[in-house]
Write a protein that binds this ligand. Structure first.
Ligand SMILES: CC(C)(COP(=O)(O)OP(=O)(O)OC[C@H]1O[C@@H](n2cnc3c(N)ncnc32)[C@H](O)[C@@H]1OP(=O)(O)O)[C@@H](O)C(=O)NCCC(=O)NCCS
Length: 184
């Protein structure tokens, strides 16, 4: 699996991505707006275990929060993808993105998310993808709205009020003009 956009390349996790996982685990920007320690691993073995977990989910469901690399130079910059999640008792698939701090401010999350939405709706023929963000996470809310996600309501995630959004396949077709074109 490989998703390419103008500047980015996303692919499934590999056992050899230990350095990438250690990088995101320690990055203050990546861990912003996540429960403290959510991505923290004690050592390389911990990173390998997390990667294997992601590889297993991908094998079963063809989704993951994929590592993102710059096409120019190959640097690892963060993750973007989809994961199964439960919202008020219903099974959903959630879009998410996180970038390492030094790569904020370049529009990479929106670009990566557009590639992931194309993968979900076109390659996996998904009917609906949801997303959520804390109201105070202005960049994330802005990205969802620019991508064409529709605001649904507020809901509690991990006991904290979040803004819940969704996009359906029909909507994505209609709004495709808004989604940056992939290079292939
Ligand atoms: C959310 C995140 C991925 C955005 O990364 P990014 O691609 O660098 O986003 P950008 O800085 O390019 O900003 C995206 C948009 O939000 C806007 N924005 C940025 N900061 C903003 C602020 N404080 N208030 C309002 N809008 C803001 C930008 O102007 C841009 O909109 P534009 O394209 O119309 O100009 C990044 O901040 C991150 O990794 N945060 C920590 C993890 C996280 O919160 N993930 C989302 C969980 S829901």
């Amino acid at each position: 699996m490989r998703i390419e956009t103008a500047r980015l390349c996303l692919r499934e996790w590999r056992e050899t991505d230990v350095e990438c996982y250690l990088t995101l685990s320690r990055d203050v920007g990546y861990n912003c707006f996540s429960p403290p320690g959510a991505y923290l691993v004690p050592d390389e073995e911990g990173a390998r275990a997390q990667i294997r977990k992601r590889m297993e989910i991908f094998e079963r469901l063809r989704v993951a929060k994929f590592p993102i690399f710059l096409k120019n130079g190959g640097e690892f910059i963060g993750t973007c993808g989809m994961e199964p999640v439960e919202v008020d008792g219903a099974s959903e698939v959630e879009l998410g993105y996180r970038l390492c701090l030094k790569h904020w401010g370049n529009g990479y999350a929106e670009e990566a998310a557009a590639g992931v939405l194309r993968y979900g709706f076109v390659d996996l023929a998904m009917e609906k993808i949801i997303a959520f963000a804390l109201p105070q996470n202005r960049p994330s809310v802005r990205i969802l709205e620019k991508l064409g996600f529709q605001y649904q309501r507020e809901f509690l995630h991990a006991g904290i009020p979040h803004r819940l959004y969704q996009m359906t396949r029909m909507q994505q077709r209609r709004d495709r003009a808004n989604i940056p074109t992939l290079t292939n």
